[in-house]
Write a protein of this length. Structure first.
Length: 317
């Protein structure tokens, strides 16, 4: 048994060494999924909802804004915040703050919040808090606790009551606005697609009919780069619609391109490009002028020495 275990260990070690060696000799391309997913940390918080288009969603703050705060501002009034649907938390919060004014209460706490670079937080509606429970709390994401306010008033006793949710029991209750409950702010976001970030490298090795350049892709953007290279023209702003372009692989990182078939004494404009499913990104434009047609260095051939002394000799070329 010990001999078999030892053989297994040797085999695993060999596999690991082969894997490490292959990684050292090849570029490793890491491509994130183009669309964030439920539970991902994105734009200030944890995603708990994505709409059917996967272009809009909701995140909750990464921690509670209060362990216990009232809903009202000292007076029982109807604020008009009766909506319970998804994407109504913001409008509910605005109605509450406009009706109740300044103070220290749940909706105002969210409305004043500036967190992770964002200032458009709100107190979630009934359905929004329910999605937070289903998609985050039940999956142990986001550190949610138990008893949370919504921004939705209870329509039967609209002046005095609003909804809370007990996560531990999955139970909804309308309670007095003067009661205290926890607060977890939310915000909406729109997913914007991003092109790759690419830079065109300097022109080198210029001759009368060729030159070298390339590009550096520092970020792939929202989708993997499937084609990259440079394009050139005798006019500014060349694009990939031209036949004068190279194709130099895919993915992030640097690459080298060779421009061929150029004309002597001609100015060319060059841009690196990176293509993905989102679109085509272009680098900065660089320009250069090829050498004149006759500026190629001559080739010198020497002949055999025919006469020599200790201090001189005769040859030719």
């Amino acid at each position: 048994m010990k001999k078999i275990a030892k053989l297994h260990l040797i085999f695993i070690t060999i596999l690991l060494s082969v894997f490490i060696s292959s990684c050292e000799n090849e570029d490793v391309i890491i491509t994130p999924h183009p669309t964030p997913l439920i539970g991902d940390f994105y734009e200030g918080g944890y995603i708990f909802h994505l709409d059917n288009t996967l272009k809009m969603g909701l995140v909750c703050a990464p921690y509670d804004q209060s362990a216990g705060i009232v809903w009202w501002n000292g007076t029982n009034i109807s604020t008009g915040a009766l909506d319970r649907k998804v994407f109504t938390g913001q409008s509910n919060t605005t109605l509450i703050v406009n009706a109740q004014g300044p103070g220290n209460y749940a909706a105002k706490l969210c409305d004043n919040l500036v967190l992770n670079g964002y200032s458009d937080w709100f107190l979630p509606s009934y359905d929004e808090l329910d999605l937070m429970y289903e998609n985050l709390y039940k999956n142990n994401i986001g550190g949610l606790d138990d008893k949370y306010w919504t921004s939705s008033e209870f329509s039967v006793y609209v002046n005095t009551s609003a909804y809370i949710h007990y996560n531990s029991m999955d139970m909804w209750l309308p309670i007095y606005k003067s009661s205290t409950a926890q607060v977890r702010a939310a915000r909406a976001f729109i997913i914007t697609t991003k092109l790759a970030t690419i830079t065109t490298t300097a022109i080198t090795s210029i001759t009368n009919n060729s030159a070298k350049t390339g590009g550096v892709i520092s970020s792939i953007g929202s989708a993997p780069v499937t084609s990259r290279g440079v394009c050139w023209s005798t006019l500014p702003n060349p694009t990939t619609s031209l036949s004068t372009k190279t194709n130099d692989g895919l993915g992030i990182g640097s690459f080298t391109s060779t421009l061929t078939g150029l004309s002597p004494s001609t100015t060319y404009y060059v841009r690196a490009y990176a293509v993905s499913s989102v679109g085509t990104a272009y680098g900065n434009e660089v320009s250069f002028t090829t050498l004149a047609g006759g500026t190629t260095l001559p080739t010198l051939t020497s002949t055999t020495i025919t006469y020599s002394t200790s201090t001189s000799g005769v040859s030719g070329g």
